[in-house]
Design a protein around this ligand. Sequence first.
Ligand code: PMP
Length: 421
Amino acid sequence: MSEHDLILPRIGKVPGADAALHHPPADGRLPDADRKADFPGLRTAAGGPWHYLDTAATAQKPQGVIDAVTRAMGADYATVHRGVYTRSAEMTLGYEAARRRVAQFIGGREDEVVFTRGATEAINLAAYSYPRKGRVLLSALEHHSNIVPWQLAGWQVDVCPLTPDGRIDLDAAERMLTRDHAMVAFAHVSNVLGSVLDARRAADLAHGVGAVLLLDGCQAVPRLPVDVAALDCDFYAFSGHKLYGPTGIGALWGRAALLDAMPPWQGGGAMIERVTFERTSYAPPPQRFEAGTPAIVEAIGLAAACDYVAAIGPAAIHAHEARLVAATREGLRAMNDVRLFGPEDSAGIVSFALDGIHPHDLGTILDEEDVAIRAGHHCAQPLMDRLGVPATARASFGLYSDQDDVAALIRGIERTRRIFG
Ligand code: PMP
């Protein structure tokens, strides 16, 4: 019997399976005030509104996710995959139900979802374990998490340029790709510019030269409907904490045949079939890539987050964030000393720079107004080099953001400009 075979005594409930029932959101609607009420993190220490515009860094958590995590860590808590007692067997069902939920959320099969610590670990796993190492085509807008793992794992990196409005230039990709390329790895949505990739065309281009396509979906899963089958990608990486779930959990989705051909990249418990000192055999995917006790509680929290987001609907979230992006860009354009980056139709993210005001100074002054933005290189230093700036200011929205947040941002920027004369 392998480590994964379970004895299932007296199974009662599946932890996390009812998480969404505690905070049933209204389907397809985004009444902003109601949404904010679901998120205890959206208030200042004094109890006032906190204009949180750093959702691209990490999203605030709805109470339903917090409740699911609390139950999984408390009354339901036990290990998975090993216990012969009821609680552990139930927890195993809960953990595997979470995998099923995540798979369903992105249109994949559950045996194709590997739980990781986040997108970073997911991309590292692909970079290290994909057996046909060679050239990888990245783009100039990638997050360091989609650059450094390829360098470390010994790939030869080529860089696809951007269009003038800040999209990955797929015409250039078409010219650059050769039969030597084994992998194309692009951000589905840029964390700096918000530009949305034409993923379907990227998949066609990659497949046309016999390469596979990995999408870094960190910023896409919280903002767009994502269906890996429709996208026709081969790997999809994302982080739970940007999808309104906990930190410490994320996923690499991969086509079954590809995962099957990949050797393990970390060894330990739970990823084996049989261990002797002479020879060890490995479990099939996804367990092959999940060495050690997994992030049980976090996986259940992520499943609750999928429930919450799915009930609102990613398409409704995308449309909502598009309205906020349009209002922000309009407000910024009215100031003639602002440089706006990225395309008009960016998904939920606006990067900009003010003449003569460092983004860090802007961020500090906005903080006094209870407006939180991100200022810096956003873990995309090669992109900053191409934009010709050391840093940008970035406002990023979530499903709970509203026009009051946009108004507070614009007010705060105007005050900053007055301070700097
Ligand atoms: N890719 C993109 C596009 C991101 O925005 C981020 C997080 N900023 C990452 C990768 C890395 O995600 P994590 O730190 O959660 O692993």
